[in-house]
Write a protein that binds this ligand. Structure first.
Ligand SMILES: C[C@H](C(=O)O)C(=O)SCCNC(=O)CCNC(=O)[C@H](O)C(C)(C)COP(=O)(O)OP(=O)(O)OC[C@H]1O[C@@H](n2cnc3c(N)ncnc32)[C@H](O)[C@@H]1OP(=O)(O)O
Ligand SMILES: [Co+2]
Length: 134
């Protein structure tokens, strides 16, 4: 069911500092910051030849990344995103297995303009999983 790796997301406290690290120290192409108020994050994309890394900075008081940064003040890997061909079919199949789909369970538009859902990390080997419609 899951297809390509779409991105790995790293939560950071300071997006400007993390951007400089990836751009200047690691020599990657990093996009301009994109605020995603519906998701409570500001994101930049680190464009790699075979995939993307997203750097996420908390945005707003209720950011899902805020608590994570409190627990991991140096930042850390926050989630992994796989592509699926049919997000509704994927969601329904996962729900039928008892996996917890986070939020309302309805897909929301993610940072790439495509519908996404999130799966509880406790149901997926301690890793928050995002699924994105391919
Ligand atoms: C837009 C863009 C895009 O790509 O399109 C994005 O990705 S936006 C990305 C930002 N959006 C999201 O993350 C949305 C989905 N996330 C959520 O709903 C929430 O963050 C959540 C349910 C995963 C965790 O919520 P929370 O922090 O309030 O939960 P708690 O603090 O109660 O934590 C419950 C247990 O889960 C663990 N836990 C929490 N967050 C993570 C994580 N990212 N990875 C692995 N484990 C995690 C905690 O350590 C704790 O474990 P223990 O009990 O053992 O201590
Ligand atoms: Co993501």
């Amino acid at each position: 069911m899951i297809g390509r790796l779409n991105h790995v997301a790293i939560a950071v406290k300071d997006l400007a500092a993390a951007t400089a690290l990836y751009r200047d120290t690691l020599g990657a192409h990093v996009s301009q910051p994109l605020p995603q108020p519906e998701h409570g994050v500001t994101v930049v994309f680190v464009e790699l030849p075979n995939t993307k890394v997203e750097l996420l900075e908390p945005l707003g008081a209720d950011s899902p990344v805020g608590k994570f940064i409190e627990r991991n003040p140096d930042g850390g890997i926050h989630h992994i995103c796989y592509e699926v061909d049919d997000i509704i079919a994927a969601r329904d199949r996962l729900k039928a297995t008892g996996a917890r789909v986070l939020g309302t369970g309805e897909p929301r538009i993610g940072a790439h303009g495509k519908p996404v859902i999130f799966l509880h990390p406790k149901d997926f080997t301690g890793t928050l999983v995002e699924l994105e419609q391919a």
